[in-house]
Design a binder for this molecule. Structure first.
Ligand SMILES: *[C@@H]1O[C@H](CO)[C@@H](O)[C@H](O)[C@H]1NC(C)=O
Ligand SMILES: *[C@@H]1O[C@H](CO)[C@@H](O)[C@H](O)[C@H]1NC(C)=O
Ligand SMILES: *[C@@H]1O[C@H](CO)[C@@H](O)[C@H](O)[C@H]1NC(C)=O
Ligand SMILES: *[C@@H]1O[C@H](CO)[C@@H](O)[C@H](O)[C@H]1NC(C)=O
Ligand SMILES: *[C@@H]1O[C@H](CO)[C@@H](O)[C@H](O)[C@H]1NC(C)=O
Length: 366
């Protein structure tokens, strides 16, 4: 009898356990494209028992399309009932108008995430740097723009010239000023500037051209063009003293920004490179004592030596008064593999000579 009750209890327990396991459940509900999120209290719940309710709300920046729509769904067996709530972007509406300017919209209708840009009317400029406003959850961000009337401060002073009129402290939008150059100097650029939209004079002020300075080029001789002073478009031609070589162009012209191209240089020669040791100049260069700029000389290994690496360059170039670095290095001819073979040759000769000497002696006895 006791045994029977026990068996019944075990069977009941097993039944309950299986039932518990099989009992319907729902997983986290989701309704894409409705712009909704599960309300906070259920955010981390992974499974929901049959009959449980989950409440939704609109994502940030969204509002219910229909305010009477139900916000919750119920788990029935293992499926969620359908959600009525559907959310659409909030509208920030039109921002208040402001004086002497307007907003430019980039397509949008003033909905959440849309951007508008404040633009002032010509002759006015924005007070402050930020001109963009974005529609946020709580409305337009930033503050209402203020367009102030453009004023320019006194235009810049220039070297060797001045304004035709007495300068003022402040100028109105589009007001014009005119520059002139002192004593017959040429004016480069536009003589007139106007007070522009951003409160600066435009374009850049002109320059008064006082000619180009006399070039100082050691070892150069002027062979064409005039003597100083040099005015706009004057030119000079140069050549270098004997033994000096020109670097740059021989013909230069005085332009607005100075000599064009830059005046050349006359570069002196290099003296004979003497590295000493086991590296020597090749024969054709040995008698020469001076080598012009950019010329090359070649080296070789002295008698009894050979290159450590036969592929490296054996020549150097005369740069401005110095030689480039020589890569060639030499080593003793008798070191390495060759030494044993030459030693063998010497031994062979000694033996040959000895044999001949002995033969000669024998012949001499006869
Ligand atoms: C779930 O919501 C329904 C109707 O919205 C309600 O009848 C039921 O009592 C709620 N269930 C729970 C567990 O709150
Ligand atoms: C929810 O609203 C959006 C935009 O208002 C609409 O395109 C979509 O069809 C709506 N979804 C449902 C299920 O009503
Ligand atoms: C003012 O506008 C001109 C072009 O009209 C521009 O070159 C200049 O950089 C601007 N200056 C400032 C300070 O914004
Ligand atoms: C000198 O050597 C350099 C490189 O080895 C070469 O480019 C140049 O043309 C040579 N100059 C002359 C004058 O032979
Ligand atoms: C020899 O010189 C060449 C080029 O300068 C280099 O690539 C090579 O590695 C050198 N060979 C040896 C054995 O050093």
């Amino acid at each position: 009898m006791g045994c029977k009750v026990l068996w019944l209890n075990v069977a009941l327990l097993a039944y309950l356990m299986i039932c518990e396991h099989v009992r319907a459940q729902c997983t986290q509900p989701s309704f894409p494209s409705r712009n909704v999120i599960v309300s906070d209290s259920h955010l981390s719940t992974q499974s929901f028992p049959d009959g449980s309710n989950v409440t939704f709300e609109c994502e940030i920046g969204y509002k219910p399309e229909n305010s009477r729509a139900s916000k919750s769904v119920t788990c029935v067996r293992n499926l969620w009932t359908s959600l009525e709530l559907n959310c659409t972007k909030k509208s920030c509406g039109s921002p208040p108008e402001f004086d002497n300017g307007r907003y430019e919209r980039e397509g949008g209708k003033g909905l959440f995430g849309d951007k508008i840009t404040a633009v002032c009317n010509p002759g006015y400029m924005l007070d402050g740097m930020i001109k963009d406003r974005v529609c946020r959850d709580q409305g337009w961000d930033g503050r209402d723009p203020v367009c102030e009337v453009v004023k320019c401060t006194a235009p810049p002073a220039i070297v060797n010239g001045q304004l035709e009129e007495e300068p003022l402290d402040s100028y109105e939008y589009s007001q014009v000023v005119t520059y002139k150059c002192n004593g017959g100097l040429s004016l480069i650029g536009s003589p007139t500037l106007h007070c522009s939209e951003n409160g600066t004079f435009q374009p850049d002020p002109p320059k008064c051209m006082d000619g180009c300075p006399k070039p100082e080029i050691p070892h150069a001789i002027r062979i064409g063009g005039k003597s100083p002073p040099y005015k706009l478009n004057n030119f000079i031609d140069y050549r270098c003293d004997d033994a000096y070589t020109m670097k740059g162009e021989y013909h230069i012209v005085c332009k607005e920004n100075g000599w064009n191209p830059e005046p050349p240089k006359c570069i002196g020669p290099c003296s004979r490179p003497d590295l000493g040791g086991n590296v020597i100049l090749t024969k054709e260069f040995r008698t020469q004592n001076s080598f012009p700029y950019k010329s090359n000389v070649t080296f070789e290994c002295d008698r009894g030596y050979e290159p450590v690496n036969s592929t490296v360059s054996k020549s150097v170039t005369c740069e401005e008064n110095h030689w480039t670095k020589l890569l060639l290095t030499c080593k003793d001819h008798s070191s390495g593999d060759r030494s044993s073979s030459s030693r063998n040759t010497v031994v062979a000769w000694i033996i040959t000579l000895s044999v001949l000497a002995v033969l000669g002696l024998i012949k001499g006895f006869h």
